[in-house]
Design a protein around this ligand. Structure first.
Ligand code: SAH
Length: 211
């Protein structure tokens, strides 16, 4: 069991880094992050760092999850959210506590299966998973009030713009070696605004899917 103090320390660090949304901080405080990584790394579970989850991928840094979730929630109530890059399922689990329905796409099947088992174990029932290349979004389930992307494309795929609801938000890292985390808001049927939130360092968005 992780001590209350260890988790509180993480929350204090997130607050110091500028996270303000109390709902997000509380969900992260309660979330058993150690269940989303290998047992050998569990002593590091409540540090504010990304950690390897196999297949050359990482569980996101808690700060990154907090920042993306906070930015998403800033737009008001969210019914349908698309997540691209399920990975360990940690961001999925945080979202599960804060939005109505999540549709999560992962291109590496074994990662997706593990994430699905964790979400089931935590008795979270508002998540649907898909094994596919998330660069195409999940058109059958859209439009989405929010899209959160955990892997960086060189350019934002047009499908993601198309699958945003009017008023919806897309939070996505963009670039290669140098990346920036961007917020896109669909202001109307035809109009989108984009702003840069901060510098970013995500794994690249890769095409195709792996069994
Ligand atoms: N938020 C996740 C981050 C996982 S890392 C976590 O905390 O665990 C990013 C994930 O994006 C990896 O699992 C990677 O396989 C996945 N990914 C990369 N390109 C993708 C694509 N085109 N479609 C779906 N998933 C993709």
């Amino acid at each position: 069991m992780t001590s209350r103090r260890t988790r509180d320390r993480l929350i204090n660090r997130l607050v110091d880094s500028g996270i303000e949304d109390q709902r997000v901080l509380e969900v992260i405080r309660q979330m058993p992050r150690h269940l989303f990584i290998d047992e050998a790394l569990s002593h590091k579970a409540y540090e504010d760092t990304a950690l390897p989850i196999g297949y050359n991928q990482t569980i996101s840094q808690p700060y990154t999850v907090a920042k993306m979730t906070e930015t998403l929630l800033d737009g008001g109530e969210l019914n349908r959210v698309l997540e691209i890059g399920t990975g360990s399922g940690y961001q999925t689990a945080v979202l599960s506590c804060l939005v109505k329905k999540i549709f999560s796409v992962e291109r590496i099947q074994p990662l997706q299966e593990k994430a699905r088992a964790r979400i089931k174990r935590l008795k979270m029932h508002n998540v649907q998973f898909k094994h596919a290349d998330g660069g195409f979004g999940w058109p059958e389930k859209g439009p989405f009030d929010g899209i959160i992307c955990a892997a960086a494309p060189e350019e934002i795929p047009p499908e993601l713009f198309e699958q945003m609801a009017v008023g919806g938000r897309l939070i996505i890292p963009v670039g290669g070696k140098a990346q920036e985390l961007r917020l896109v808001i669909r202001q109307s049927e035809t109009e989108y605004t984009q702003s840069v939130l901060e510098e970013a360092k995500f794994v690249p968005m890769l095409s195709g899917s792996i069994k």
